[in-house]
Structures are given as C-alpha cells and as structure tokens.
Ligand binder design. Structure first.
Ligand code: HEM
Length: 395
C-alpha cells in the first residue's frame, strides 16, 4: 500500500539517539509532524499535537497484539484501552496517591538511599549510575511489594531481560525466550506474595488488590501482568531522572548553588529536569484507523512517536525552552509523565525517590562536580540519560 509519508525527515536513528533536539526544533518551525524513514515511524513534536493524540484512545492505542510490549507482558494497563484499562488501573491508583506513597514509602526510600550512599561516600568519587541510580528504584519496587531486598540481583537480571525484549525489533527468538522465562519467574514470585497476603491481609499495595471484594476484581493472572508493568515502569525511568537532575545541576552552577542554599527548591529542580531532559522522551502509539493531523496523513497500522521531550521544549508553551531554569511558573505543564488515560501511575513514587536522592546526595557529597576525566555522554531518543555519570566531591 502506498502511504503519503510527507513531510519526510532525512534523519537517521543514530543522529536522533545522539541529539534529537535540533530535529525537534526543525519540526516545530514547520508542521510539527514528520515521517522518519530510517525508523519507519512518525515523530510528533508539537505540544498541542502530542496532547491531541494521547487523549484520543479511539484512534491511537498503546499496544497491539503484535507489539513487543504485548508479546513480552501480555495484556495489562499499558496495553489496554477504555473500560479494561480503567478496570486494571483503578485497582492500583489509591496505593499510588501522594498521601499513600508518603505513608508507605518515605521511610523505606530514605533508608535504601542512605544505605547505598554509605557504600561509596568516603571514596570522594563514584560512577552514579552503577553505584546508586540503577539500584535505588529496584530496592524501592521491592519495598513497594514487600519483597525482601535480598532479591535485588535477581530482579535486576529479570529487568535487564525485559528491557532487551522491548527493544528486540529483530524479534530474535533467544531474546524472546529468555524474557518469557523471566516473566514466568516474576509471576511465580508475585503469586507467592499473593498467597501470603491472601492468608494474612495487611495494608500493603498487593493486599488491597488481592483482597478486593468487588465483582470485577482482578484475578491472579491479571494481578501478575499488571505487577510486571508496574515493576518495569519504575526502574530505568527513576534511574534516568536522578542522573539527569544531577547532570543538570552540575552543568548549571547557579541552579546548584540555589538548591544547596534552599533545599525546598529540589522538587522544582526535579520538575524542570523532567521538562528539560525528559527521561522518557517518547510515548508510542499505534494508529487504529486513518487519521489526518495537519499536513500528515496517518494510516491504520502506522506507528506514531509522540515526542514528550519535544513537547517539553515547545516554545509556544515554555519560554526559552533550552534553558534549565528553576523559576518557571508553568513547569508543571511538562509532559514528562505523559497525559491522558495512560498518565504515569507511579509519578508520586518517582517524585519521592528523586527528591530523596537529590537531597541525600547534596547533603553527603559536598562540592559535588562532574569528573573532568570522564565527561558525561547523554544518549537515547526514546529514553534519554547519561550513559554513565562520574562525580567527585571532597571527603
Ligand atoms: C521519573 C520517573 C518516571 C517517568 C519519567 C515515567 C514516565 C511515564 C510515561 C511517559 C508514561 C506513559 C507511557 C505512555 O503513555 O505510553 C508512564 C506510564 C506508566 N508508568 Fe511511569 N514513569 C516514571 C516512573 C514510574 C514508576 C516509579 C512507576 C511504578 C512504580 C511507573 C509505572 C508506570 C505505569 C504502570 C504506567 C502505565 C500507566 C497506564 O497505562 O495507565 N512509572 N510513565
């Protein structure tokens, strides 16, 4: 079938991975939508257009049965729409409210973060991705499900297998098979804890979902599948926001001095990070039926990448979008957690983890700075973060 794929962008996946922002600016000075032949996908870069698509779940859906996310995890809240999506998500929403997250997770996140920092603080230097940012979210998710923290290494292994499966665009059988094995092992672990809270209900997240008495309560297989996407959603994303915020502060000394002087500005620094260097750059949608958006004609079956990172730099919404500033009054309009029905379930936990992380690191690592010997390299166009972050401080 011939598709009208104009405007067409002569840009490679490699160039987008290195730095997508020049492409976003080009798109925003035109129709805001472009077809990238190298990826076989549309990019949507304007704030309003991204908003239009993410709110329209009749024409644009998150997963089809032949998408990688469905193949790996099956049906759950991020591959369902409409009533089924709401049925899945509503069971978990209460446990993720700001008050409930504070009550259930504040102390535990604090303890996990301090334990990690104690492991390297006296060295005066660390590579923060490996030593801290990749570990805190795994420990947090274990705490959230009341799973012993000793399971960290196993969960990390499974997570890495899931991540490979979700970028397995060549559909390699070995990658699929390994991920299926890890999904099975993850479900077995969750089933063990389902049995525990069924026998002895408590006030944990899992116990509420398991001991729900409503007519359309989730069965155990549905609980396991939704637990997998909650686990998957909460790891690299939190890792990236912590690293991106540290990078932003270290490259903006005035902002760093401000948050040091007044730690009450840390939440604002996190929100500006989510806007300025969005960890999740894109929300992918599959076109259900032909749809025209401005000059672009999407056809049923097309893949549309709603570029959250681009919308967050749309000059029609954010003044001087390339500047990292702590005084934006509209920073909360950022789309770092997307919007519409699939708005991030874990945003309040993510904020708690990120605020805790930055507060502890500023307290424990005085004079923190980027290492001159290991310059940070930011990569990624679907998920974006430093590949490694070497910091030094005085001890
Ligand atoms: C800074 C950290 C985070 C960022 C930037 C982030 C970003 C996002 C985005 C952009 C989406 C929408 C995806 C789409 O529409 O295609 C999303 C959905 C989701 N996130 Fe997060 N996330 C973060 C942390 C977390 C955490 C900590 C959890 C759980 C513990 C989590 C669980 C989920 C789930 C379950 C969904 C699917 C919601 C639905 O389909 O209704 N996320 N996240």
């Amino acid at each position: 079938m011939m598709h009208d794929r104009t405007p067409c962008l002569e840009i490679t996946a490699e160039a987008l991975d290195r730095d997508p922002y020049p492409t976003f600016r080009t798109l925003q000075s035109g129709s805001s939508v472009g077809w990238v032949a190298d990826l076989g996908m549309w990019l949507v870069a304007g704030y309003r257009d991204v908003e239009t698509i993410l709110r329209n779940t009749d024409d644009f859906v998150t997963g089809t049965p032949d998408s990688l996310i469905f193949d790996t995890f099956g049906e759950h809240m991020l591959t369902a729409e409409g009533e089924q999506h709401e049925r899945f998500k509503s069971r978990f929403r209460g446990a993720f409210s700001p008050a409930r997250i504070r009550a259930s997770m504040e102390e535990r996140t604090d303890a996990c973060s301090r334990r990690l920092i104690d492991g390297f603080v006296n060295d005066g230097k660390a590579e923060f991705r490996a030593a801290y940012a990749s570990r805190l979210p795994v420990l947090s998710i274990l705490s959230l499900f009341d799973i012993p923290l000793e399971e960290e290494a196993k969960l990390r292994l499974w997570y890495d297998g899931f991540e490979r499966a979700l970028s397995n665009f060549a559909w390699r059988e070995d990658v699929r098979a390994r991920a299926q094995g890890y999904v099975g092992a993850f479900h077995a672990l969750i089933r063990h804890h389902i049995a525990r809270v069924r026998a002895a209900p408590d006030d944990s997240l899992l116990s509420q979902v398991v001991n729900d008495l409503s007519d359309d309560r989730l069965d155990d297989a549905e609980i396991c599948r939704n637990a997998s996407i909650i686990f998957f959603g909460g790891i690299s994303t939190v890792e990236a926001v912590v690293l991106n915020c540290l990078y932003a502060l270290c490259t903006h000394p005035d902002a760093l001095a401000s948050v040091r002087r007044d730690p009450a500005l840390i939440p604002q620094a996190i929100e500006e990070t989510l806007r300025w260097l969005s960890p999740v750059q894109s929300a992918t949608r599959h076109v259900v039926r032909d749809f025209t958006l401005g000059e672009a004609n999407f056809r049923a079956g097309d893949i549309v990448n709603c570029m959250l990172g681009a919308a967050n730099h749309d000059p029609r919404v954010f003044d001087e979008p390339a500047a990292f500033r702590l005084d934006r009054t509209n920073v909360r309009k950022h789309l770092g957690f997307a919007l519409g029905p699939h708005f991030c379930l874990g945003s309040n936990l993510a904020r708690l983890e990120a605020i805790t992380a930055i507060r502890h690191i500023l307290e424990c690592c005085p004079d923190m700075r980027l290492s001159a010997d290991h310059p940070a390299e930011i990569r990624g166009f679907e998920f974006r973060q430093p590949t490694a972050l070497h910091l030094e401080w005085r001890v």
